[in-house]
Design a protein around this ligand. Structure first.
Ligand SMILES: *Cc1c(COP(=O)(O)O)cnc(C)c1O
Length: 415
């Protein structure tokens, strides 16, 4: 069971939402910080442990800076994400650059920042050389285990996955990189997404510890760090159970003691599990309509939170002030896009709702605002942070219609 409570009392969120425009995202700094410290304690046995926060989950410089100041690194997959990490003060090998189908300019930027280049393909060895004019001293490869390992339900079968270097290529990757002058080596994999079964992640660690030993035996190359990627799940449904970081840390520690006989560093690239449960989309009921079904039209749309429409994902919804009411009304909660899948919930039992009610959509702190888009001319909403002292600060303003129209040319430009 995971309880779904919003960090502010009803009176406070009502007063705040009356003062600003809805919808908006709001994040809980104290809760994120506690979470970070828990993870660091759970892996304190490993000298050099780091979580490279997957910037794509919540690409706001204020959040990334805060995570950086707590000791996290950044996992970036694009130029913009590299720039956010840089602006947040995270540079050098505290950046893991895990890209695929990578443009040369992104290799250059990552190299310039001193990031670890985590290569997705054997041909990227030459691509990096071509792009940056030399070869980095530290290099990582993304491993795709293929049929050796079944992917979890969400990420799918590794054999069908576009990512990573195959088992038959991985040894050559390290050999070639060494010939080109690399001196420090890391190994990465990512075979899970939103995984709530800790044993799946432990088994992934086992696979990498085995591979590290095999690489050493076959090539003489010593891998200095294994990176278990992201994909640690969060309990979106109240009946889901969160992964215990303490247990995960202990179990990986036990394997490590058994299988690793040198100071190998361990890392993750968790995004969702870091900020996901500590962000909320706050939206207001605009219309309640009774058609063949009962609809609650809110002022957010799937352009503000894509997961329910895109993956059929469950996001818990609570109504400040009505938590104790009987949940005896069945609604579809919809946005205003001209798309019938623009729904945050289908057949959801909620208290009776009326125009003006605030709804809190839970667990939107990762892959929420960041997956937003502008279809139907919807403007991206603002982001706020509840700071540790209880004050609330804006950390991203809402888009304006001018922002939206800015790239459009009134006068066609002849090329
Ligand atoms: C998406 C992604 C992550 C983060 O995944 P979460 O599910 O947010 O933990 C980490 N690494 C890579 C390479 C990714 O693509």
């Amino acid at each position: 069971m995971s309880t779904k409570v919003f960090p502010l009392p009803e009176s406070e969120i009502n007063a705040f939402a009356a003062k600003v425009e809805t919808p908006f995202h709001i994040y809980d700094e104290a809760a994120i910080e506690n979470n970070v410290r828990r993870i660091q304690r759970a892996f304190a046995w490993n000298e050099g442990f780091i979580n490279y926060f997957a910037v794509k989950a919540l690409p706001n410089v204020n959040i990334v800076r805060m995570l950086g100041s707590l000791g996290f690194g950044a996992d970036c997959s694009s130029l913009a994400e590299l720039i956010i990490a840089e602006q947040a003060g995270i540079t050098g090998e505290r950046i893991m650059f895990t890209s695929n189908d990578t443009p040369d300019e992104e290799f250059r930027k990552a190299y310039e920042l001193g990031a670890v280049l985590n290569l997705d393909d054997i041909t990227h060895i030459e691509a990096v050389e071509r792009a940056v004019g030399s070869f980095p001293e530290t290099v990582s490869f993304r491993y795709n285990p293929g049929a050796e390992r079944t992917g979890n339900a969400i990420i799918g079968n590794p054999v069908e996955s576009k990512y990573g270097v195959t088992r038959s290529q991985i040894f050559d990757c390290y050999r070639i990189a060494k010939e080109k002058g690399a001196k420090h080596f890391m190994l990465h994999t990512m075979v899970a997404s939103n995984e709530l079964d800790a044993s799946y992640i432990v088994e992934t660690a086992r696979m990498l510890f085995m591979l590290v030993n095999e690489i050493r035996k076959k090539t003489g190359i010593i891998i200095e760090r294994v990176d278990l990627g992201g994909g640690v799940g969060i309990p979106y449904r109240p009946e889901d159970k969160a992964i215990s970081f303490e247990k995960l840390g202990d179990e990986i520690h036990r394997l490590y003691e058994e299988m690793v006989d040198y100071p190998l560093k361990v890392s993750f690239e968790m995004g969702r599990a870091i900020t996901g449960p500590y962000g909320y989309l706050v939206t207001r009921v605009r219309h309640v309509a009774h058609k063949y079904k009962d609809y609650v039209g809110v002022d957010a749309t799937m352009a503000d939170l894509m997961r329910p429409a895109m993956y059929g994902a469950y996001h818990h919804i609570t109504v400040p002030g009505k938590d104790d009411w009987p949940h005896d009304h069945k609604y579809d909660v919809t946005g205003s896009l001209c798309e019938n899948n623009d729904k945050f919930a289908i057949n959801r039992m909620l208290p009776e709702l009326e125009r003006g009610d605030l709804l809190i959509i839970h667990d939107t702190g990762a892959h929420g605002h960041s997956m937003g888009f502008n279809y139907n001319g919807k403007l991206r909403h603002a982001e706020y942070l509840i700071r540790k002292d209880g004050s609330i600060a804006m950390i991203r303003r809402a888009e304006t219609i001018e922002d939206y129209l800015r790239t459009q040319l009134d006068e066609p430009l002849e090329i």
